[in-house]
Design a protein around this ligand. Structure first.
Ligand SMILES: [Zn+2]
Ligand SMILES: [Zn+2]
Length: 363
């Protein structure tokens, strides 16, 4: 794929045009899908960071399934505090690194820093507004969903438990069948999360749902890490609700935590406004331009979603979702994509004017 020059409105872009991932294209190409599923698991990627966080949370900072059978303040508080610490790391530390301390200046940044002192924001400040929505609503609501799921694991309320008896939920120690299922479900969770988000997000762009709920998230035109979970509380309830899957399919609490951490960790990282975070250098006196080793880059940004914040009526899902292709709403980041989406917005506005009372912002 040829690299094009970044359109003038962006300081940096990944390789353009963006393309839907093979797993979401039709007809399905099994070889391309296999390559994709390997390539997304690079060690320095947000997907690996999310899984590592989930694993640590599962091993060290969660109740046992037996403890979770009874809801008690002790383990609920432990889960809440753990989630606050996780979000202070994923959003807070990343914000300090990229925007307060500016440790890599504008390098790999898509566009301008978040706006300040805008009257639309609580406290007149985009970052403080976003922090308020995240810390007061997102973390407690996400924790509440997680507590419900722990309680259901503890009591065997998952449909998988009742179908498969005590061997139901996947456990690493449950034999080779379980181990294969365990790993396969871990590979599927990010794709599922991407698609669940896409559908919920697209629904939130319709009519009154947008005006009363989702518009809160879209106060962020230029995004930063604290934008990721800055939403109306109703949107938090819908977003974290993706854990319902684990009531139906055999799973371990790790799979549930992996889905939850796609929000607590994944959302802030994908809204950094930077394509990556430089972590340091590999080795010494190697082939870096200044005589030192090549730089290590943690892949965090999501230019596809950055385009959504700029142009709004495009890119509702992620690259692993077929939704935008099917709606004709895929913005590939190029000037031609700008024109396609501008035309789409004109068409939607015309439809809205024709049928405002019945359908709102229909697609
Ligand atoms: Zn967003
Ligand atoms: Zn949106």
């Amino acid at each position: 794929m040829a690299r094009t020059v970044a359109p003038a409105k962006w300081a940096f872009t990944p390789t353009l045009p963006l393309r839907t991932a093979p797993i979401a294209r039709r007809p399905l190409d099994p070889v391309a899908v296999a390559r994709h599923m390997v390539s997304v698991w690079q060690p320095l990627s947000s997907r690996v960071v999310i899984l590592a966080t989930s694993f640590m949370a599962w091993i060290w900072f969660s109740p046992t399934v037996t403890e979770a059978a009874t809801i008690s303040p002790g383990w609920v508080a432990e889960v809440l505090i753990r989630n606050y610490v996780v979000v202070l790391g994923s959003a807070g530390l990343t914000h300090l690194w990229l925007y307060t301390w500016r440790r890599q200046g504008d390098e790999l940044g898509y566009s301008r820093p978040p706006a300040r002192n805008k009257r639309i924001f609580l406290f007149g400040d985009q970052v403080k507004d976003n922090m308020f929505l995240t810390l007061v609503f997102a973390v407690p609501i996400g924790t509440a969903w997680e507590v419900v799921m722990w309680w259901s694991y503890g009591n065997g309320f998952n449909l998988s438990s009742s179908l498969f008896g005590q061997d139901g939920p996947l456990t690493w120690s449950g034999g080779w069948g379980h181990r294969l299922g365990f790993v396969a479900l871990l590979l599927i969770v990010p794709v599922y999360s991407n698609n669940h988000f896409g559908v919920v997000h697209w629904l939130l762009h319709r009519g009154p749902l947008y005006r009363h709920i989702h518009a809160v998230h879209h106060k962020n035109v230029n995004v930063g890490p604290w934008s990721g979970l800055a939403m109306h509380p109703v949107e938090h309830v819908a977003l974290f609700a993706d854990v319902w899957l684990f009531l139906l399919v055999p799973s371990s609490p790790l799979h549930m935590l992996f889905a939850v951490m796609h929000h607590h960790v994944g959302a802030p990282l994908s809204h950094t406004g930077f394509d990556g975070i430089y972590l340091g250098r590999r080795g010494r006196n190697r082939d870096g331009a200044d005589g030192r080793g090549p730089r290590l880059k943690l892949r965090v940004g999501d230019f596809h979603h950055q385009l959504h914040h700029r142009f709004i009526e495009c890119n509702y899902g992620g690259l692993e979702s077929p939704l935008d292709d099917s709606l004709g709403a895929f913005h590939d980041g190029t000037p031609a994509g700008d024109r396609r989406i501008a035309e789409r917005r004109r068409r939607l506005a015309a439809e809205h004017r024709r049928r405002p009372a019945t359908t709102g912002r229909a697609h």
